[in-house]
Write a protein that binds this ligand. Structure first.
Ligand code: FES
Ligand code: FE2
Length: 380
């Protein structure tokens, strides 16, 4: 089998694409307003609670009812357009949504207008003023929305990088143990590019590179090496072929999984260490020895992106009082902070040479695919 790596240097995107508001607007119109956007795991939100999400100037609200029914609406009252939910998340006071302006009331599950506060009018048909629903789909407990009302969710096409290993896990029943948010001062593509290569691993992630020895080679997969087949046969140091260092079981500060494992995927993880799936432009999901970590990326503007990470565990793991979740959470945050910092450094460098572009080296084949995807979508 041939190697994944690029066979010649490839032009990267023009540097101004990482800050130009016109390019960013194109990306919003052609990518974020068109693709399936990851919102959150259903269990990250309690019953009788809501959560809002901004995508550029659009604001949507996800409501989980007492009966755990999920509804997603545009966060706009049909009277004169007021925003309804002002906070990022909160508790519903009742199964009725009430606009803060003139107090029109809507059913929280269906979005139907229940009452206005005005003098009755004969020819006013309430049916025409229901909350506007947002197209959404729940896959294995993961909530995705699409701002195009007619788009169908097709699992074969939404993940650019997919691995069937995920199908063995009953993700919908997982508990969300921790949520972490961070704003990073870089263009959203810079964070994705950073995620897509390991050239930076040894110097940016010393702890992670110790845990995953292959990363010391600056590779994400042994098959990225042009001579990987020979290496596999001849090298005595198999630890550099993939998987975690000897004795480690998961991505955690001390490498242990404290006796808890995701049994269904152990054989897969033994040789590989971790498994990833990703959907551009908003989410990647990592499967590790004892937990799952999902990272959502939502751009705030052309030079800022918001990260939200969710840590998922089998319920039995969190029920164990001796299990220290901080062992995996702290490690994940350490790695994401390292990536965030260097992504900000990357961003600060792009302004000097706006019309030029950089170059992609052999290991950066995923970035090449990412750029192809962007160009194809925005057609500049
Ligand atoms: S704008 Fe909501 S009730 Fe008037
Ligand atoms: Fe990284």
């Amino acid at each position: 089998m041939t190697s994944n790596s690029l066979k010649k240097p490839e032009r990267s995107l023009p540097f101004h694409w990482y800050y130009n508001p016109k390019v960013f607007q194109k990306e919003i119109d052609k990518i974020f307003n068109d693709e399936w956007i990851y919102v959150c795991h259903v269990n990250s939100i309690e019953k009788n609670h809501y959560r809002t999400l901004n995508i550029n100037n659009k604001n949507i609200v996800l409501v989980k009812s007492k009966s755990e029914n999920i509804s997603v609406f545009y966060n706009t009252c049909l009277h004169r357009g007021s925003q309804i939910f002002e906070d990022q998340e909160g508790k519903m006071k009742s199964p009725v949504i009430i606009c803060p302006y003139h107090q029109w009331s809507y059913d929280a599950i269906s979005g139907s207008l229940i009452n206005t506060t005005s003098i009755k009018l004969n020819n006013f048909d309430k049916k025409n003023y229901n909350l506007q629903k947002v197209n959404f789909h729940i896959w294995k407990g993961l909530v995705f929305i699409n701002l195009k009302s007619n788009k169908k969710f097709k699992i074969q096409s939404i993940f650019q990088y997919y691995d069937k290993t995920v199908e063995k896990i009953d993700l919908e029943n997982y508990a969300v143990g921790h949520i972490w948010k961070k704003k990073v001062q870089c263009n959203w593509k810079i964070y994705w590019e950073n995620y897509s290569e390991c050239l930076h691993c040894p110097n940016i992630h010393p702890e992670l590179s110790e845990l995953v020895p292959l990363y010391q080679r600056r590779l994400v997969d042994i098959q990225d090496h042009p001579e990987w087949e020979i290496l596999k046969k001849t090298e005595s140091h198999t630890k550099y072929h993939g998987g975690l260092k000897n004795g480690a079981q998961t991505w955690s500060s001390d490498g242990t999984s404290q006796g808890h494992t995701i049994e269904e995927v152990q054989s897969e993880l033994e040789s590989r260490g971790q498994v990833y799936i990703s959907t551009w432009p908003t989410m990647f999901l990592g499967i590790y020895g004892d937990h799952i970590r999902i990272v959502r990326l939502i751009p705030i503007n052309s030079e800022e992106v918001e990260l939200t990470a969710e840590w998922l565990f089998p319920e039995s793991t969190l029920a164990d009082r001796d299990y220290k979740m901080s062992n995996v959470v702290d490690f994940g945050i350490l790695v994401m902070n390292q990536d965030a910092r260097i992504s900000e450094v990357n961003q600060r460098g792009v302004y000097n040479l706006g019309e030029s572009s950089g170059v992609l080296m052999p290991e950066e084949y995923i970035i090449k695919n990412f750029h192809k995807y962007i160009k194809n979508k925005i057609k500049i």
